[in-house]
Design a protein around this ligand. Structure first.
Ligand SMILES: Cc1cc2nc3c(=O)[nH]c(=O)nc-3n(C[C@H](O)[C@H](O)[C@H](O)COP(=O)(O)O)c2cc1C
Length: 299
């Protein structure tokens, strides 16, 4: 909780259906302790009202470079300068194909792109969360633009795959708000474990007695999963060997599901060879039956 306390995030919205996810993202950022200043393009306002974003962020939304309201404590009618100077990061979510093309060319004919261009590039990172139709996403022009943006020092996040608002299926969906939140928290976490390969065991084991019965315990697995998540946030490559639990896999973490203590041991023995750190957080069963019966025991 409060993983973004003290951070000031400028959240930009460009024109795309995924603006609806930006509302949830804004809420999540505020809940984690960040202050959020929303800036929207004209097209974004077709998909989401500034009223909603103001209500969620608790700050007036800026949509025009000609907006003369006080911004960043200054009355100079330069929101593009003032808003970017306050920011710890600028996140554009969704980033439309058009918006990314504009950034590549250093275009600055409206507030959001102007602010991105005018930001102090060394101290205010820019993160883009693309969102678009699969054909737009895979178009060589878009891919070329993303390559150029990365070369210019911009962080361009992944996209998700699946059903799209247009009815087609493929790559190009914006990441879900909780995935974006995780990526932002990770972005701000010092990379103390960069270069490490952390192996974590988590959860209970299940020792079968017969095909329907077994010995196990009530370990939730939460500790190991939280350790795996924290290690990944700190820059490690992380593999999680999990007993039978229904917890979602932390973003960016590799997971191997196992059942019995012997399964877990075999998996860990193998994976430990490539690991530099092992955290043993699993609640391995204390006992196992001398033999597992192939047939269900009657009673
Ligand atoms: C209904 C509708 C949905 C759209 N969805 C997207 C989208 O998801 N991603 C995208 O890049 N463009 C999308 N577009 C096109 C952009 O809104 C258009 O390129 C616009 O000029 C972008 O402006 P901006 O980059 O200044 O925000 C959509 C257009 C319409 C009419």
């Amino acid at each position: 909780m409060n993983e973004l306390a003290g951070k000031h995030i400028v959240l930009g919205l460009s024109g795309g259906i995924a603006c609806y996810k930006a509302a949830e993202l804004c809420r999540a950022l505020v809940k984690e302790g960040a202050t959020v200043q929303v800036v929207m393009t004209e097209a974004a306002e077709q998909f989401m009202t500034a009223v909603t974003m103001q209500a969620l962020s608790g700050r007036p939304v800026f949509t025009s470079q000609w907006d003369a309201r006080t911004s960043g404590g200054a009355d100079n009618n330069m929101p593009h300068i003032n808003l970017s100077r306050e920011a710890d990061v600028i996140v554009v979510a969704p980033a439309s194909a058009d918006f990314m093309a504009k950034l590549v060319h250093g275009r600055a004919d409206e507030l959001l792109s102007l602010m991105c261009l005018a930001r102090p590039i060394e101290s205010v990172p820019l993160i883009l969360a693309p969102a678009m139709n699969r054909e737009m996403w895979s178009h060589p022009a878009t891919q070329r633009n993303i390559e150029q943006l990365r070369a210019d020092g911009t962080t361009v996040l992944d996209v998700g795959a699946g059903e799209q608002a247009c009815g087609e299926t493929g790559d190009g969906r914006m990441l879900e708000p909780e995935e974006l939140l995780y990526d932002l928290v990770r972005f701000f976490t010092p990379k103390l474990l960069a270069g490490q390969h952390v192996l974590v065991s988590a959860g209970p084991t299940f020792e079968a007695i017969d095909p329907v019965r077994g010995l196990t315990n009530l370990s939730s697995g939460k500790m190991g999963f939280a350790i795996a998540r924290a290690a990944h946030e700190a820059g490690a490559q992380v593999t999680l060997v999990a007993g039978p639990v229904g917890l979602p896999t932390p973003r960016g973490v590799g997971r191997v599901n196992v059942k019995s203590a012997l399964n877990m041991q075999k998996s860990l023995d193998h994976l430990a060879q490539a690991a530099t750190v092992f955290v043993s957080a699993a609640a391995v069963a204390d006992w196992r039956p001398a033999q597992m019966l192939d047939q269900k025991i009657k009673k």
